[in-house]
Design a protein. Structure first.
Length: 281
């Protein structure tokens, strides 16, 4: 039987560490979340972020815009938050309504307040192995592997999914740990040819049970980032019940990578706060 990687447990430990840290601060850190429209999933994710902020002692600022808002209004709000010394982290809740250019808006966020790690500058820093704010889900994956004491040097890592949110930053993070990285995507032919050679397999495409037992190497580490809702239940991209008997370690859905994403966001808020405080002294 494989070992289930408990993301909830690790998330709770991180939150407790941050709570102790924040207790000593004279000025409390502040996270500003900008939401456009009323996407149901976004409302759920924002509540999870607010809950984590409340647990730790971080001020939570929720700024809402209607879908009819103009792009310039949102840009002006971002610029205002950039210059507000009492706001330490800013994120734009994704996805945005179709008429808005997410990439354009994200790149207006000051790089030292970009706690989602999605600006071009912060993603570029990963590939140059320089310190910056790292995208939350990839950072959460790396933290899970670190907590499980999995050495990445020389390992074959296959990442399925090339999104800017997960796959692309993860390539850089894995390379920085001297892993040998293969990236697969919707145009990859014969996907199982690549997944079967992976010592560590990361799947982030949003397709229920894409990865079957016969596509996974014996004793592989399997990290499932997918979240697929069907009949009120959540499923991953990996056929968990079948694959868990073959894998050495595996993350469940829910309870694996998901909780780590919020924990890493909180870690980024504290990191951003500390750097800004240091600069102002």
């Amino acid at each position: 039987m494989s070992k289930i990687i408990d993301g909830k447990k690790i998330r709770n430990e991180i939150i407790e560490e941050l709570k102790k840290e924040v207790k000593h601060y004279m000025i409390k850190p502040c996270l500003a979340v900008i939401q456009i429209g009323e996407d149901e999933a976004s409302n759920t994710y924002i509540r999870a972020k607010e809950k984590a902020c409340d647990e730790i002692g971080i001020y939570f600022k929720h700024i809402k815009f209607n879908e009819t808002s103009k792009e310039i209004e949102i840009i002006n709000k971002i610029l205002e938050l950039n210059s507000d010394e009492y706001v330490h982290g800013i994120l734009l809740q994704l996805p945005l309504p179709e008429k808005f250019n997410a990439e354009k808006l994200i790149n207006y966020i000051a790089r030292n307040k970009d706690v989602d790690g999605l600006t071009d500058i912060n993603i570029g820093k990963i590939f140059n192995n320089k310190q910056g704010l790292v995208s939350c889900t990839p950072q959460g994956i790396m933290r899970l592997l670190e907590e499980e004491k999995i050495d990445l040097e020389g390992k074959n890592v296959t990442i399925v999914g090339r999104s800017k949110l997960v796959g692309k930053p993860l390539i850089g993070l894995m390379l920085n740990k001297n892993a040998t990285v293969t990236i697969c995507h919707s145009k990859t032919e014969n996907l199982s040819k690549f997944t079967k050679t992976a010592d560590i397999l990361v799947v982030a495409v949003g397709k229920k049970h894409l990865i079957k037992e016969n596509m996974v190497k014996e004793d592989a580490i399997v990290i499932d980032v997918g979240i697929n809702k069907e009949d009120g239940k959540l499923y991953g991209d990996v056929d968990f019940d079948k694959v868990k008997t073959k894998a050495k370690k595996i993350t469940p859905v829910p309870g694996g990578v998901g909780p780590m994403t919020v924990a890493m966001l909180m870690t980024n808020v504290i990191a951003a706060y500390q750097r800004q405080q240091k600069k102002s002294q």
